[in-house]
Write a protein that binds this ligand. Sequence first.
Ligand code: NDP
Ligand code: BG6
Length: 513
Amino acid sequence: PAEKLKDGLLSVQSQEADKLVAELGGGQQESTVSITVVGASGDLAKKKIFPALFALYYEGCLPQHFTIYGYARSKMTDGELRDMVSKTLTCRIDKRANCGEKMEEFLKRCFYHTGQYDSQEHFVALDKKLKEHEGGRLSNRLFYLSIPPNIFVDAVKCASSSASSLSGWTRVIVEKPFGRDSKTSAALTNSLKHYLEEDQIFRIDHYLGKELVENLSVLRFSNLIFEPLWSRQYIQNVQFIFSEDFGTEGRGGYFDHYGIIRDIMQNHLLQILALFAMETPVSLDAEDIRNEKVKVLRSMRPIQLEDVVMGQYKSTTKGGVTYPGYTDDKTVPKDSLTPTFAAAALFIDNARWDGVPFLMKAGKALHTRSAEIRVQFKHVPGNLYNRNSGTNLDRTTNELVIRVQPDEGIYLKINNKVPGLGMRLDQSHLNLLYSTRYSKEIPDAYERLLLDAIEGERRLFIRSDELDAAWALFTPLLEEIEEKKMIPEFYPYGSRGPVGAHYLAAKHNVQWG
Ligand code: NDP
Ligand code: BG6
């Protein structure tokens, strides 16, 4: 009953909830959470995981009793891990006045254990240390697999069996990539299920933790003005655009094995598309939402090769500075055909979306860094102002833009009369810019997702059947691209990408926003 009470208190900060449970629990055991970052010496751990954990601590969102362990092969002492964590603090909290003091407190809860990922013995030694910190409390364990995918299963095997005698829960956050096609993804799922139940596996897609992506359902389902328009009747096309103004710097070895379609489209953009296009879920329960996402993914038409454009960035010199091409990276083969840019047209064959093009565009080393969703509406039927030759708005339609990053915001392009005695129209924006509307800074996606994993909230994690549906959609296309050794169009570093993307959009009667 005490744990049920705690579930009901999820909206209260976790520390508060723990205290209340301890007071009201009628003799129930106090609980503790041990978080083990497997691969703690790596890039993601330094850049995202430790900073997110610190931000959660700072905000009072971690339970009263918690311990964080870094685990990797590199030899490090607790002190060296703490040094590393404090030096790489990149989270939003570093702007706060008492950050240093809180950091000191946080670091005292961080420890390090050196071990191999496939050594039962080393994980048992870790387990012993964790038990000392847990001090006989009800122990919950969260493992974050921040390691290359080929060692996921070894680590899960050792971690899960070393923790088998626990009284609390054990959960494992798994980082992408979840395989590189249907077959390898299914093999990974099967291997993980040898050691874990599906509800212990938290497959992370950090785009689902981004504030504006989370807001998508709120926008759609809690505003009467949007949901009635959300169909083929009013929407002409939808665009999901991801662009980065830097190349694969430092991750070329990984990237060359995957390419932009697997790295961004099959997961981040497809996940957003599913949230955008799904039917209204029965409730906000994780299973209800994921059921709807799976349904829409399974309604998608196989992607045709002629509806895909691929590109690869090449070296360019601008203002005396030379920017490297993709194959200049030493970890990338000189003759690599891996796309660093792709655009594709996708279709959902259901009653709501029949015939509406869903365009995706993703690229590295482009002119700007942004991620956005653009909803372009149809023309106003019989528009009075189109017929009036005195106006200047013949072809302008409404567009709703959800800017995921940077400068998070939502704006709606509307046609408006320019004030004055004449009748001139222009296009203006109804603009919700987060930085002016809300004073609180936006949490990093990893903060949201780590907190959800600790609280057992699965809504923003990928269920195995969602993953199967996503791979089923992309695998035939990827196989065809690889079999036919399709050559990507070259585009200069820092440009807008290959011109083929414009032809693809034009073919579907669309202009990129
Ligand atoms: P790293 O390549 O930095 O690897 C993490 C740690 O794993 C390393 O510090 C190393 O620790 C260990 N390791 C590396 N290669 C091997 C190997 N071949 N065999 C055994 N151990 C190895 O990865 P990242 O931190 O960049 O990423 C971690 C995971 O997150 C990966 O699955 C990646 O795909 C995913 N990811 C990463 C992102 C990023 O921005 N970095 C973004 C999204 C996902 P040690 O030698 O000390 O054991
Ligand atoms: C990762 C990709 O999943 O997302 C990277 O592997 C990409 O290639 C990154 O750079 C982008 O994430 P964000 O949050 O910086 O937009």
